[in-house]
Design a protein around this ligand. Structure first.
Ligand code: ADE
Length: 416
């Protein structure tokens, strides 16, 4: 039995989980497929993920496949308390509530690690780094892990490079059916959803500044433009900057953009992207939101120091008044706006990400003892299988190559 905010919310949470189940056909099919053979029996999974209705479908699928799962949050502000209550009332030990302090956040990670996991599922690598640094005595029992997000994979690769990673971890993020869908269409929609829920602003006619034109930034830019905004992109990578320009967006430095933006959304994965030097140039009423994994992209401490007044004006929306009367609005405390102010990515897209998680856990169990410590990618066959199942669930049929075409594609002699 874990620790959640309010267990009386469990019925409400259960209805939400059922809603997500009805929109996650691939994961539900995998659940059904492995419900009888229970290949995860006897394995303990420690999951550090955003505690949402979609995560609920994943961890309950693992549980149906035989695993014992303990779950904590991968962000202090992303837990859906009703979902946490519903899970904790069933087979999953949940240690998570919305609005954890940093101390509570790591306390929850510690409780999940207390279950002596064989497999870790992480989103951002806080669980894995805690395990390697403060709870290294538990490493012996771990056969492998999975990682959900770009930031987490970057951290794990840095650990691997320094020879610090002690077990195999599958970079689920790098599956094509994850990053090319979840990061683009998931973040694109849910980040805008978060900004709208916290502000109810009209996007049409606004200057929306997107910092970072990776997959997440590209998705947000696409959806902001679809709502009629004039999108400005800032980048440090010349190739990504060029791509943004050829997609038709304005590209400039943050220094220039800071004077023009009505809304700023960061999605860089880096730190101190919007700082004091930008706050002082911004227009009265500018809105600041972050869609990157950690709350380091907007220099919130500098904003607080600069402000003469701070007040909450709407849920997940804090107004900072600067000397001279200018007001800036920070959403979800500068944490992930899509999960802090909305519900994260829609179930339909998490279906693919979490089908990859489920299949990666099965692989770790099937190949235990064979994989050395390191970061592994998802095999192409798994990626194609997830895409095939998703298409099937959507009732879409596609063509197949005939023998002549297959031969042509592997032949170099045939030319003009
Ligand atoms: N990351 C982004 N959206 C999510 C969601 N709905 N559930 C879990 N993790 C997420």
């Amino acid at each position: 039995m874990g620790k959640v905010k309010d267990s009386s919310l469990k019925e409400q949470g259960r209805v939400k989980i059922e809603w997500a189940q009805s929109r996650m056909p691939v994961l539900m099919m995998l659940r059904e497929k492995y419900s009888k053979t229970k290949p995860l029996s006897g394995f303990r999974v420690a999951a550090c993920l955003h505690v949402t209705k979609e995560t609920a479908v994943l961890v309950e699928s693992l549980s149906v496949a035989g695993a014992r799962v303990a779950l904590c949050a991968s962000n202090p502000l992303s837990t859906q308390d009703d979902v946490a209550a519903a899970l904790n009332a069933s087979e999953i030990d949940v240690y998570a509530w919305r609005g954890e302090t940093e101390e509570e956040y790591y306390w929850c990670i510690d409780r999940v690690l207390d279950t002596k996991p064989n497999i870790t599922m992480d989103d951002g690598a806080d669980l894995v780094t805690t395990l390697h640094t403060k709870r290294a005595d538990l490493l012996e029992g771990v056969i492998g892990g999975t990682e959900e997000t770009t930031t987490g994979v970057l951290r794990l690769r840095a650990m691997e490079k320094q020879g610090r990673l002690r077990y195999p971890i599958i970079a689920v993020n790098d599956a094509e059916t994850k990053w090319d869908f979840d990061n683009v269409y998931g973040t694109g929609q849910s980040a805008i959803d978060g900004v709208i829920r916290a502000t109810n602003i009209l996007f049409a006619g606004k200057n929306v500044v997107i910092a970072g034109f990776g997959h997440c930034g590209r998705g947000i830019a696409m959806r902001a433009r679809g709502l009629g905004a004039n999108v400005i992109v800032t980048e440090v990578d010349p190739i990504k900057a060029l791509r943004a320009r050829l997609e038709g967006y304005e590209v400039m430095t943050m220094d220039e953009a800071s004077k023009m933006g009505d809304v700023f959304i960061t999605a860089t994965g880096c730190k101190n992207v919007i700082t004091r030097e930008h706050f002082v140039k911004m227009k009265d009423g500018a809105i600041l939101a972050n869609a990157g994994h950690f709350n380091v992209e907007i220099a919130v401490d500098e904003l607080k120091r600069l402000a003469v007044r701070e007040r909450v004006v709407r849920e997940n929306n804090t107004e900072y008044t600067l000397n001279g009367g200018k007001r800036l609005y920070l959403l979800a405390e500068g944490r992930l706006v899509n999960l802090g102010a909305a519900e994260g990515h829609p179930s339909e897209v998490m279906d693919m990400s979490f089908a990859n998680q489920f299949l990666s856990v099965l692989r770790l169990v099937n190949e235990r003892g064979k994989l050395k410590a390191g970061v592994y990618s998802v095999p192409r066959e798994q990626d194609e299988e997830v895409a095939r199942l998703k298409l099937e669930s959507m009732g879409i049929k596609i063509d197949t190559l005939n023998e002549e075409q297959r031969r042509y594609l592997s032949e170099w002699r045939e030319g003009t």
